[in-house]
Design a protein around this ligand. Sequence first.
Ligand code: MEV
Length: 322
Amino acid sequence: MGRVVASAPGKLILFGEHFVVKGYRAIATSVNLRARVDVEETSGSWVEFHSPTLNLKSRVPLDLGGFHGEFEVYVEILRALRREGYSIVPHRVVLESEMPVASGLGSSAATSVAYALAYTALLGDPLGRDELLRISFEGEKVAHGRPSGIDNTIATLGGTVVYRRGDKPTPVNAVIPEDYTFIVADTGLKRSTRDVVEHVLKVAEMLGEAGEYVYLAADRIVEKALKALETGDMRLLGSLMYVNHGLLVAMGASNLALDTLVNIARVKGALGAKLTGAGWGGCMIVLAERGKAKAIVEELERHARMVRPVSIHVPGALIETL
Ligand code: MEV
């Protein structure tokens, strides 16, 4: 009986979340927190899912019928694979993630990508990158109603990309000088991406032409951020992060917990800070000089559930053992 472990990285949206949903550009990067999926063929007549992190288990019949609660996203991956001609064989799946769930770091997309890769490798026909992007997007549609596709793109490709809905993602040659670091802080507040996305879209609709200017400003920030990333101009990059956070506040995607963490980072001398992902809780990111990082981390820790200096621009999906 075969067994395969595959992994995929989480993502940080550096610029452009929400605005990307309506076709504007965003910049996303991979982060050194990974989802790992262990798939083992069994002799039973089920697909068995186990998430030690969430302390959840479920058994799904091989015809994949019915609704499967917390595991629906992964059952959808199997349905998409079946449509592509892959057979559904009995197997056990253990899903683990170093990212907090529903916190904006793309844990569900990374897990979907790692699962699709591990399962198809188990069958001896691992998906290529383009197929992996397509199949994992089916899982994203279940996770929330109008996904832009940015989360599963980064989980698959790794690195850093400029992303526009419907276009091929463009890799970015990000230069982060040694003296600088990113820090991630989790508010610990869970929220549904779908709800925040719907809210922001409603605000945009209400604002009409005025809303379009906000989206255009966000897009121009992406353009400038791209240059700052490619030339290693961290001061400019940080300023743009604060401005991007302001636009997300304006559109109703932030909340008190996120604004508190962003303000703490600013007061403690961070070059930049913003919410990352959908908002209304979840995570925020900080860009700081290494010399100031310790003081910033210590102050954030007084208000956040988890705070971590992280590396960005790491490898995408890969098979870890065969
Ligand atoms: C969620 O990580 C990012 C959003 O822009 C939604 C999406 O792009 O699908 C809020």
